[in-house]
Design a binder for this molecule. Structure first.
Ligand code: K1U
Ligand code: ZN
Length: 182
């Protein structure tokens, strides 16, 4: 009789689901995400659902905070063909460049709003992948902007907080109108 316990276990991923993205200024966007204790099938299901949600939006990144899951999980895909998914679990910025760059940012939690934010031009990020393996990646360009934007989400921050108080007030007004129209 075969011993099935010796067989490698394929991850159990159920059908992927579209998750609801929280809209600014929802207070749940200000919660601080907790570290993932174990990269298991529950986390892999969250990753699959987040990727599906990001591609459908469409966007180039998504943090778990934005789908009301307060664990340190990020998905990013900046490729033109949408076939280069990057998964960051428990990400840490281990190095940032002294040089800064301004980039026009958008956010799936603040639909229709784009504005310029200055951030370190390059960062090195250490994280776990969906297999629970540690990796490091050097990021520049849109990837550097996106990973810093998503890590702000995990810390409970939305990019509009970098803008003037006047702009933030206007954005809150626009978001109220948008909520009413839905
Ligand atoms: O965190 C998020 O809400 C995702 C966000 C990531 C991001 C983009 C650009 C600069 C900083 C952070 C987005 O994906 S906004 C939408 C967007 O950029 C996009 C949408 C469709 C095609 C290409 C890009
Ligand atoms: Zn965002």
């Amino acid at each position: 009789m075969a011993d099935f316990r010796a067989l490698p276990c394929a991850p159990i991923i159920h059908n992927m689901a579209l998750l609801k993205i929280l809209n600014y200024p929802d207070k749940r966007l200000n919660k601080v995400a907790k570290p993932v204790a174990a990269v298991d099938d529950r986390i892999r299901q969250l990753v699959a659902d987040m990727a599906e949600t990001m591609y459908a939006a469409p966007g180039v990144g998504l943090a778990a905070t934005q789908v009301d899951a307060h664990e340190r999980v990020i998905v990013i895909d900046i490729s033109d063909a949408h076939d280069e998914l990057l998964v960051f679990i428990n990400p840490e910025i281990v190095w940032s460049s002294e040089t800064k760059k301004e980039w026009e940012e958008g956010c799936l939690s603040v639909p229709g709003i784009y504005d310029f934010v200055e951030r370190p031009e390059k960062v090195r990020v250490k994280a776990l992948n969906e297999k629970g393996e540690t990796f490091e990646i050097d990021c520049d360009g849109l990837l550097a902007v996106c990973i810093q934007h998503e890590m702000d989400h995990l810390a409970g921050h939305v990019f509009v907080e970098y803008l003037s108080t006047l702009k933030q007030t206007r954005i809150r007004g626009k978001m109220k109108k948008l909520e009413k129209a839905l």
